[in-house]
Design a protein around this ligand. Structure first.
Ligand code: NAD
Length: 292
C-alpha cells in the first residue's frame, strides 16, 4: 500500500479513533499519526499501545501540520473540540486541512462544522462507521474493527470533492465499504437500527434492577437475555450524548415501539394467541430476510 497521507491527527484515541489508526498503520497509509484529547493518561496509553506515534494535549497545537484530522470524541465534546481545531488551523494557516468525524448522529455535527470551520465547513466531511463494540478506550481498539463494515458519509453541496475522495479512500484502506447519504436520512435510519435498540437494552436492565430477585435474574441469565442486553454495557456518556443529539428521530421511533409494546400487552392480556403468532411470524420472517 502506498502512503495516502503524510500527517494524520486523531482527536479522541479510544475505540473508534484507535481502531482507525491501527487499521491505517497496518496498511502503511500514513507517515505520521499524532493523537490529541482531554486526558493525558489516555494519550500515554494510546502511545504505549502504538496507536499513535506521539501526542499533544493541546488540540489547537496538535492539528497545526495535519493533512487530515479525525475527530472521535463523544458528541457532547464536539463543539469545544471543533472550536480548538478551527483556532489551531487558522493560526497555522492550514485551513484547507481535511476534517472528518465518527459521531453517531450527523445533523447536529454538520451544523456545528458549518458554523465553526472556515468556508462554512468546506473541508469537513461528516462520517459515521457502522461498527463498534460495547467497550471503550484505547485498549479496546483493534485493527479489524472496520473490516467489511459500512461507513456512512454525509457530505453537503458545499463539501470539497477532493476531501470526500480522500476520506473515502482512508476508510476503504481500513477495509470498510463507504456509502453516502444525507445527514437527515442517516439520523432517521440510525435512530431505528442503533439508537432505539440501545435505549431498549438500557431500559430493560434498568427496569429489572428494581425487581426483588435481581440476583437470580442475572445468575440464570440465558443467551436471549445476554443478546438483548449486551449493549447496555456501552459507555453511558457516549449514549447520553447520542440521545440528546438525535432527539426527534429517536422520540419518533420510541413512540412506534411504545405502541407496539402496548399492542402486544393487550394481545397477551386477552390471551390472543393468534395475534401473538401473527406478530412473531412476521418479525421472524423480516429478520431472517434481512440478516441471511
Ligand atoms: P471512547 O470513549 O473509546 O473514546 C473517546 C475518546 O475521546 C477518549 O480518548 C477520550 O479521552 C476522548 N475525549 C472525551 N471527551 C473529550 C473532550 N472533551 N475533549 C477531547 N477528548 C475527549 O469512545 P468511542 O467509542 O471511540 O466513540 C467516539 C465517537 O465515535 C463518539 O462520537 C461515538 O458517537 C462514535 N461512535 C462510537 C461507536 C461505538 O460503538 N463505540 C460506533 C460508531 C461511532
Amino acid at each position: 500500500m502506498t502512503t495516502v497521507i503524510n500527517n494524520l491527527c486523531i482527536i479522541g484515541t479510544g475505540l473508534i479513533g484507535g481502531s482507525f489508526s491501527l487499521a491505517l498503520q497496518r496498511a502503511a497509509a500514513c507517515k505520521k499519526i499524532i493523537g490529541a484529547g482531554r486526558s493525558e493518561k489516555t494519550l500515554q496509553q494510546a502511545r504505549q499501545l502504538k496507536i499513535i506515534d506521539d501526542y499533544n494535549t493541546d488540540i489547537s497545537a496538535a492539528v497545526k501540520d495535519a493533512d487530515v484530522i479525525f475527530v472521535s470524541v463523544p458528541l457532547g465534546a464536539m463543539r469545544t473540540v471543533f472550536e480548538k481545531i478551527a483556532t489551531g488551523l487558522k493560526q497555522a494557516g492550514n485551513e484547507q486541512a481535511i476534517i472528518t468525524d465518527a459521531g453517531s448522529s450527523k445533523q447536529q455535527v454538520q451544523l456545528l462544522a458549518q458554523t465553526i470551520f472556515a468556508q462554512a465547513g468546506k473541508y469537513f466531511v461528516a462520517g459515521h462507521p457502522i461498527a463498534g463494540t460495547e467497550n471503550s478506550g484505547p485498549a479496546a481498539a483493534f485493527a479489524d474493527l472496520y473490516k467489511n463494515r459500512r461507513v456512512i458519509l454525509t457530505p453537503v453541496k458545499n463539501t470539497d470533492k477532493e476531501a470526500i475522495r480522500q476520506v473515502t479512500e482512508l476508510w476503504q484502506v481500513t477495509g470498510a465499504e463507504v456509502e453516502t447519504m444525507s445527514a437527515e436520512h442517516h439520523d432517521k435510519v440510525l435512530a431505528a437500527t442503533s439508537h432505539l435498540p440501545h435505549l431498549i437494552a438500557f431500559g430493560l436492565v434498568h427496569c429489572l434492577e428494581n425487581l426483588d430477585d435481581i440476583e437470580d435474574i442475572f445468575r440464570f441469565a440465558a443467551g436471549g437475555f445476554r443478546d438483548v442486553t449486551r449493549i447496555a454495557s456501552s459507555d453511558p456518556t457516549m449514549w447520553r450524548d447520542i440521545c440528546l443529539n438525535n432527539r426527534q428521530p429517536i422520540l419518533a421511533m420510541m413512540k412506534s415501539y411504545k405502541d407496539e409494546m402496548e399492542m402486544l400487552y393487550n394481545a397477551l392480556q386477552s390471551a390472543d394467541g393468534e395475534k401473538l403468532m401473527e406478530v412473531f411470524e412476521h418479525a421472524k420472517q423480516t429478520r431472517d430476510k434481512f440478516t441471511h
